[in-house]
Design a protein around this ligand. Structure first.
Ligand SMILES: *[C@@H]1O[C@H](CO)[C@@H](O)[C@H](O)[C@H]1NC(C)=O
Ligand SMILES: *[C@@H]1O[C@H](CO)[C@@H](O)[C@H](O)[C@H]1NC(C)=O
Ligand SMILES: *[C@@H]1O[C@H](CO)[C@@H](O)[C@H](O)[C@H]1NC(C)=O
Ligand SMILES: *[C@@H]1O[C@H](CO)[C@@H](O)[C@H](O)[C@H]1NC(C)=O
Length: 409
């Protein structure tokens, strides 16, 4: 009798450990979207211009022009991290299209810094000075400052000795109205300014994640304020996508660059074997200029992607074929309709020779960024996942464990 009881207890303990382990191996951080964002023709043009600036940045310390940019209704995905001991909190954009972490420093007097959280070195017992200057020059503005070292925490993990940029000057950038305070780059080390080791690479070398993989589940519709999706560190959560991940090896480990088999609008082939990057810090889909011209011609759209339309039902899917699998995006996700005017959320920027798959794409497909194997995995996002359902998964695990316990008795 006592033996049977012990076995039951051991079984229950085993099930509980299993439920716990499934939850424990992955580290999650919710990502949010701007509460104000609704995509329109106007935002598409602003978004495109922002991406143009992002991809025309140069990593030099001097000679940049200064220009005041118009307001930018921010829409990117961002999350809450802490720096220092005790924690100082910052909202950062998790950006797979860059590789540095930077936040405003307390000595920054630029308008963009005044409107955001700033880092106070003197209030952190784990802060270590570095002092090397850094500067990221965009087409029309710049962010500059110096490097510092401190603890950085998110998703319940603490990276020790992370080097990051403390911004002392922000000129002519988009960050004045941004909901986030800084950027946490998740590209490869070769992209990093000043040769700084990116945060995720430190997480891996400090043994904080089970495997060198992170993944993004971004909700396709920006209207959800408090749960725009999740960044998952250490692996992927199959409950957030349908079927298996389709993998594509990287053709270059700087940006997350892979090769597509083909890209089509319905049955009209637009390109074959074009390179593309997965960029969580870009909102739209950006096509190389010739490919954009072909797409615009198909819709009779102008250079801003605008055309007259009545119903979106008439338009075919945007189809990206990766490793033999079709990834289809329905017209309502890549065309924004405002009365009789439609705008493509597929745009082009000058001197761009690869596709940039931003949130319009990543919002439809769960994406695994596999640092260790240098590959990307894609799968359609699960329909209608809510934070409640996520918590429900864990509760169900417990209920299951309790049920088995009951049955056993
Ligand atoms: C970030 O998280 C901390 C700790 O949970 C919280 O106190 C703070 O308000 C959060 N910041 C924002 C802007 O959500
Ligand atoms: C962090 O830096 C300190 C000295 O600045 C060093 O003693 C410690 O070992 C470092 N920790 C890690 C995890 O690199
Ligand atoms: C500052 O950080 C950079 C990048 O990690 C490193 O190369 C450099 O040696 C550091 N300098 C000092 C003075 O610690
Ligand atoms: C996004 O959300 C808005 C507001 O809830 C809704 O009107 C719109 O139809 C949604 N768009 C898609 C593509 O689901």
């Amino acid at each position: 009798m006592a033996g049977a009881q012990t076995r039951k207890l051991a079984l229950l303990a085993g099930i509980l450990v299993l439920v716990g382990l499934v939850g424990a191996s992955l580290h999650r951080i919710p990502v949010h979207r701007s509460p104000k964002f609704t995509r329109s023709h106007k935002t598409i043009v602003a978004e495109r211009d922002f991406i143009q600036r992002k991809y025309s940045r140069q990593y030099t310390a001097n000679g940049y022009p200064v220009e005041q940019l118009s307001n930018f209704d921010n829409f990117q995905y961002y999350g809450n991290i802490s720096i220092g001991t005790p924690s100082q909190y910052f909202l950062v954009q998790f950006d797979t299209g860059s590789a540095n972490l930077w936040v405003p420093g307390s000595s920054c007097t630029s308008t963009a810094c005044q409107d955001h959280q700033v880092f106070y070195e003197s209030q952190s017992s784990t802060y270590v000075a570095n002092g090397t200057s850094f500067s990221i020059t965009y087409g029309t503005g710049s962010v500059s400052g110096y490097l510092s070292v401190d603890y950085v925490s998110f998703a319940g993990l603490t990276v020790r000795n992370q080097t990051f940029g403390e911004v002392t000057t922000e000129q002519g950038t988009n960050f004045v109205d941004a909901y986030f305070d800084g950027i946490l780059g998740m590209g490869f080390p070769i992209l990093a300014v000043d040769g700084v080791t990116p945060t995720f690479q430190n997480m891996v070398s400090q043994g904080l994640v089970q495997s060198p993989v992170f993944s993004f589940f971004l909700r396709d519709n920006g209207s959800v304020v408090n749960y725009g999706g999740e960044l998952i560190l250490g692996g992927s959560d199959p409950s957030l996508y349908r079927g298996d991940l389709t993998y594509a090896d990287l053709v270059q480990a700087a940006y997350w660059k892979f090769q597509t088999d083909s890209i089509a609008i319905g049955s009209t082939l637009i390109s074959t074997y074009d390179a593309a990057i997965a960029d969580t810090g870009t909102s739209l889909i950006i096509a190389p200029v010739a490919e954009y011209t072909a797409i615009a011609a198909l819709f009779g759209a102008d250079s801003e992607g605008t055309f007259e339309c009545t119903s979106l039902d008439a338009y075919p899917d945007f189809v990206v074929t990766i490793s033999g699998v079709d990834f289809r995006i329905a017209a309502k996700y890549y065309i924004i309709q405002e009365n009789y005017l439609c705008s493509l959320a597929i745009q082009s920027i000058s001197s761009q020779d690869f596709w940039i798959m931003g949130d319009v794409f990543l919002g439809r497909f769960y994406t695994e960024f596999d640092v260790g194997n240098q590959r990307l995995g894609f799968a359609p996002v699960s329909a209608a996942v809510s934070p409640r359902q996520l918590a429900l998964g864990q509760i169900l695990g417990l209920v299951l464990a309790c049920g088995v316990w009951k049955l056993w008795q």
